[in-house]
Design a protein around this ligand. Structure first.
Ligand code: GTP
Ligand code: MG
Length: 196
């Protein structure tokens, strides 16, 4: 049985604060409230590692977590959520600058995980992010969150509608509540972070 060690490294409000070192990184991106921090907690089995809240826009900085244990060491990176409609313009610009600095310049970034709420599917901000990442040549996977909130029929429909807008592959269905999808996400991450 694999053991996971995880610890909070630091919270960065500007690129100067990004951690040094060449450890591979896997970053989570998606709308506010989609479940990024909850995914980190579920993956590491530490329910209080990343701060979660039902109030959207709770993570405003880029938060870095060191993951070790029996897996090769890497970092999980919790990016602040986009599409926060009520935020003031200056805040949105600050968000954009910080995210761009990370996504454009980060050499050890191996994989982006785009989270979509399985009840809502693709929103314009998600499509923009996907197109931008493709343009930058950044590898990504799609995770559909909160599937515990769907019944069988909604689930089938939700997954099909997400897949319809994917260029290849399937979305990974995930629930931070019951743990479905954890193993598959781990496998995807491990493949990317151990590849030479
Ligand atoms: P920001 O930091 O604001 O960008 O949000 P976030 O994407 O980090 O979302 P967070 O993990 O804080 O979750 C937002 C809310 O959704 C919280 O109330 C969570 O408990 C809830 N939530 C997250 N994932 C799941 C899930 O898989 N199932 C259910 N039922 N609730 C979830
Ligand atoms: Mg968060």
């Amino acid at each position: 049985m694999a053991t996971v060690e995880a610890e909070f490294l630091l919270s960065a409000a500007s690129p100067q604060q990004f951690p040094r070192g060449i450890e591979p990184e896997v970053a989570l991106i998606g709308r506010s409230n989609v479940g990024k921090s909850s995914l980190i907690n579920r993956l590491t089995g530490m329910s209080k590692l990343a701060y979660t809240s039902s109030r959207p826009g709770c993570t405003r900085t880029i938060n870095f977590y060191r993951i070790g244990g029996s897996t090769p060491e890497f970092r999980l990176v919790d990016l602040p959520g986009y599409g926060f409609a009520e935020g003031p313009v200056e805040e949105k610009n600050a968000w954009k600058k910080l995210i761009e600095a990370y996504l454009l310049g980060r050499e050890q970034l191996r994989l982006l995980v785009i989270l979509l709420d399985s009840r809502r599917g693709w929103m314009d901000a998600d499509r923009e992010m996907r197109d931008w990442l493709e343009h930058q040549g950044r590898p990504y996977v799609i995770v559909a969150t909160k599937i515990d909130k769907l019944n069988q029929k909604e689930y089938q429909r939700g997954m099909a509608s997400i897949k319809r807008e994917m260029r290849s592959g399937d979305p990974v269905p995930f629930s931070a509540k019951d743990g479905r999808g954890v193993r598959e996400i781990w496998q995807t991450i491990t493949k990317k972070t151990t590849k030479l």
